[in-house]
Ligand binder design. Structure first.
Ligand SMILES: [Zn+2]
Length: 82
């Protein structure tokens, strides 16, 4: 039987000595256009509220993203149709 690993846990190992500095988080939103769940990296050091437009990597539809970061460093993203 073949093992199919759906989750690839490849880690980029550059700067491997850096321990967990909480400067980055990941958040997900659902694209309005194609319905895919998109994972976006969030730069926590850029502020607790961020607003930007990003093209969906699946269907290239531009989405306006509202990013909010909790005091405990958890990021939330709301996607809005442009
Ligand atoms: Zn999309």
């Amino acid at each position: 039987m073949r093992k199919s690993s759906r989750k690839s846990s490849r880690k980029p190992s550059r700067l491997g000595s850096r321990s967990k500095a909480r400067l980055e988080a990941e958040a997900t939103y659902v694209c309005d256009s194609c319905g895919e769940e998109i994972v976006v990296p969030v730069d926590i050091s850029a502020g607790s509220h961020q607003d930007y437009v990003e093209d969906c990597p699946v269907c290239c539809h531009p989405m306006r993203l509202h990013v909010d970061i909790d005091p405990d460093g958890e990021a939330h993203v709301a996607g809005e149709h442009e």
